[in-house]
Design a protein around this ligand. Structure first.
Ligand code: PEP
Ligand code: MN
Length: 356
């Protein structure tokens, strides 16, 4: 990491970038409120730090020993000061700002009617962003794979419904991209691109999605540790796209007996990740529990833990949802949940302010 002096000129910054490239590395130039910080992308051991430290305009050249740098608190501390975290804009919605953001919708887009009906109802319930999967990751090849499985034309039709439903009800939309071949198409229709838990480790997909320069909803793999999760988020950041929203969605439960939940929702991950990075963190209690009767409680808990928002699966007829029927809640339940979360957020925010 190269920290420039506050009065460093653009020429001096360009010179440092040139020197970094000469060493075979890439440079991430972050021009912050206070000063410019340049992150080195690649193998830092190749860098003669002493040489960089004496270049004109350079305040300090230092080695950062974490597998993620560009998304670290430390990196933003030098350019932005000790201020707030990053606010990620999705359409006109800000994730990571002063209020929690609720992403809701069906697990899968099933039909135009289903989607429009749910979009209207989640909007009324207080949701800010509409979700809906067209390319579904499924454990069994024999189950419904999303409308995208029927071919590109069907996929495009479903994505178009998503965009139209979003426009009609003034909700930006997010959809999952399951494979590299889907990136260009999905990016044409969605405001935010989701990388699902199963693809957290898919470096090529991460890079390709990042390059679309749209906000990315990045979900933690159910077997990934926090450091690993953040290390892979860095693959998005190095492409110059820091508009990343991290999502805790549950990790594999332990032990042999019945666990009663689909995954173990790791709520301690929220404040832990917030200490490590400036990126906003949201929670998905739907996949995190797999049980509709637990969504209310875990949503409240996630907001109390400091999450910047939630992603909740909702359906007007949960039992009939083609995917994840057991965890979808009704629009009425969604409203109840969002209202409670808003109250909890206010309470917790004032408690935190008092605590300082
Ligand atoms: C989803 O959000 O639709 C989904 C499949 O979640 P996850 O990737 O967390 O399993
Ligand atoms: Mn689902």
């Amino acid at each position: 990491m190269i920290i420039m002096k506050t009065d460093a000129t653009q020429e001096q910054i360009a010179e440092v970038v040139k020197e970094i490239k000469k060493c075979g590395l890439r440079a991430d130039v972050s021009q912050g409120k206070y000063r410019t910080v340049i992150g080195l992308v690649g193998d830092e051991t190749k860098i003669p730090f002493a040489h960089f430290a004496v270049l004109p305009g350079v305040k300090e050249a230092m080695m950062v020993e974490t597998p993620y740098k560009l998304i670290s608190r430390e990196y933003s501390k030098f350019s932005e000061g000790e201020g707030e975290g990053l606010v990620v804009k999705v359409g006109n919605i800000e994730i990571g700002g002063d209020v929690p953001i609720f992403i809701a919708g069906p697990c899968a887009v099933e039909s135009k009617e289903q989607l429009f009906k749910i979009a209207e109802e989640v909007k009324k319930a207080g949701a800010h962003i509409l979700r809906g999967g067209v390319f579904k990751p499924r454990s069994s090849v024999h189950s419904f794979q999303g409308l995208g499985a029927a071919g590109w034309e069907e996929a495009e039709k479903a994505l178009d419904w998503l965009r139209e439903a979003g426009k009609r009800f003034k909700l930006p939309v997010v959809t999952e991209i399951r494979g590299e071949a889907q990136v260009d198409l999905a990016a044409k229709y969605a405001d935010m691109l989701q990388i699902g838990a199963r693809n957290m480790y898919n470096q090529d997909l991460l890079s390709k999605v990042a390059k679309k320069n749209k906000p990315v909803l990045f979900k933690r793999h159910f077997g990934a540790g926090i450091e690993e999760f953040l290390s892979f988020a860095e693959y998005i950041a190095v492409e110059g796209n820091k508009n990343i929203v991290l999502c805790e969605r549950g990790i594999l439960p332990l032990g042999k007996g019945k666990n009663y939940t689909r995954y173990t929702l790791d709520l301690a991950a929220v404040p832990t990740i917030q200490k490590e990075t400036y990126l906003p963190v949201i929670v998905d209690p739907s996949h995190g529990t797999g049980r509709r009767d637990l969504i209310f409680n875990m949503s409240c808990a996630a907001i109390a833990a400091g999450a910047s928002g939630l992603m909740i699966e909702a359906h007007y007829n949960p039992a009939e949802a083609l995917v994840d029927a057991q965890q979808a809640i009704t629009p009425d339940e969604l409203k109840e949940t969002i209202d409670a979360c808003q109250r909890i957020h206010k309470l917790i925010a004032s408690e935190r302010n008092e605590k300082g």
